[in-house]
Design a protein around this ligand. Structure first.
Ligand SMILES: [Zn+2]
Length: 390
């Protein structure tokens, strides 16, 4: 099911607008339609205002995405939700300096927008009203170029300030972590930043309940959940980072040959735990991998007589890794390429394959052992990853 209202591509990045965005437009139309301008003009103006507001939110996300690109980190997509935007980066930089630049670039875009719009507003408004907040509150529902400018300037400043609150997944949480990471290990910096964020979330929730601000409750919830997700992701990486690809290789893995039939693989599967098989040609050259899902598809489509070579995933479609790469980067490569198998290649020789199951296994066993010695706060059964920038 496609949950997106619209999708477009700009500066090499896909932007997806979630369907629930319609609700925000309707809300804008309703609020402004009930204002002094009357239903038709008011609601049209409301829709325009919300659209422009989200242009600013989108530019904020582009701030993160384009800054990340400078460090060679791609952005999978920018998602626009009613509560704001999310830039889904391929990975989180662990160098604090890089993270600071990527994080700061978002709010900086809003500050620049406000600075650029300010002189225009001063010209249009003849110097009055921009800083007169009492008058502003009353006039903001009145359609007009000046009021629109005042609205955009103030929301851009608010966007920058709000995002700098020190709470994951907001930019301020990442900024705090990056600063802490200069003085302590990365996992502990994340734990500390998450704890600060949770405290802030609880305060926001209490304030939200007493003031009746539902929006604040919602944000408090996202801060709480977002902090936990970030901590899990960082802890997973800390666990996996301690192991090399060569350690996760299965040494007595069964290898298939291109000319064999799937019948033989069915027998093998009955008698072992192996689910994915490296495939070599008669000269011994690595030519692909027969994964469990490929096997099932081929059995369904062409039966057990099919040759392995016709069912396997060819070597060209499989990402490569050095045996000395740590498992965190192997895992990252899997999620980046969308391929759950990686070939471990040493000077042109394929030593074997690692699957996402192998990594999950290492993660579960080693993560449990480390949690026992309280070296890692991870509690999940699968390594997780997040590169979501608010
Ligand atoms: Zn941001």
């Amino acid at each position: 099911m496609n949950v997106n209202l619209a999708e477009f591509r700009l500066w090499g990045i896909d932007v997806k607008v979630h369907w629930s965005f319609v609700l925000v437009l309707a809300f804008g139309a309703f609020v402004y339609g009930a204002g002094p301008a009357g239903w038709v003009t008011g609601s049209l103006y409301g829709v325009l205002t919300i659209l422009l507001l989200f242009v600013c939110v989108t530019l904020h996300e582009y701030g993160h995405a384009l800054a990340a690109r400078r460090f060679g980190i791609g952005t999978r997509s920018i998602l626009l939700l009613p509560i704001g935007g999310v830039a889904n980066l391929e990975r989180i930089p662990e160098k604090p300096g890089q993270e600071i630049v990527i994080v700061a670039a978002g709010p900086l875009v809003n500050v620049v927008l406000a600075i650029l719009l300010l002189p225009v507003a001063l010209m249009v408004g003849d110097g009055v009203g921009v800083f007169n907040f009492n008058a502003m509150g009353a006039s903001i529902q009145n359609p007009g170029f000046f009021n629109l400018l005042v609205f955009l300037i103030s929301t851009n400043i608010l966007l920058a300030l709000f995002n700098l609150l020190p709470a994951f997944p907001l930019d301020g949480g990442r900024l705090l972590r990056a600063l802490l990471a200069y003085t302590m290990p990365y996992v502990r910096a994340t734990q500390t930043a998450v704890a600060v964020g949770r405290l802030l979330a609880v305060m926001m929730a209490i304030f939200g309940i007493f003031s009746g601000a539902i929006g604040l409750l919602l944000i408090a919830f996202f801060v709480y959940v977002g902090g936990s997700a970030e901590l899990e992701a960082v802890s997973s990486r800390a666990v996996l980072r301690q192991f090399r690809a060569r350690e996760a290789l299965t040494h007595n893995a069964v290898t298939l040959y291109t000319s064999e039939r799937l019948e033989r693989v069915m027998e093998l599967i009955m008698n072992s735990y192996q689910t994915d098989y490296p495939v070599r040609d008669l000269a011994g050259k690595f030519v692909g991998v027969l994964t469990r899902s490929r096997l099932i598809n081929a059995l369904r489509e062409s039966g057990p007589e099919t040759r392995v070579v016709d069912a396997m995933m060819p070597a060209s479609a499989i990402p490569h890794c050095s045996p000395d790469a740590d498992l965190a980067s192997v895992w990252e490569q899997m999620s980046q390429s969308g391929c759950r198998v990686v070939a471990i290649v040493d000077h042109g020789d394929v030593l074997g394959i690692i699957t996402s199951d192998d990594i999950s296994e290492v993660f579960q066993v080693m993560g449990a052992a480390m949690a026992n010695r309280s070296q890692s706060p991870t509690t999940s059964s699968e390594p997780t990853g997040t590169g979501d920038y608010a």
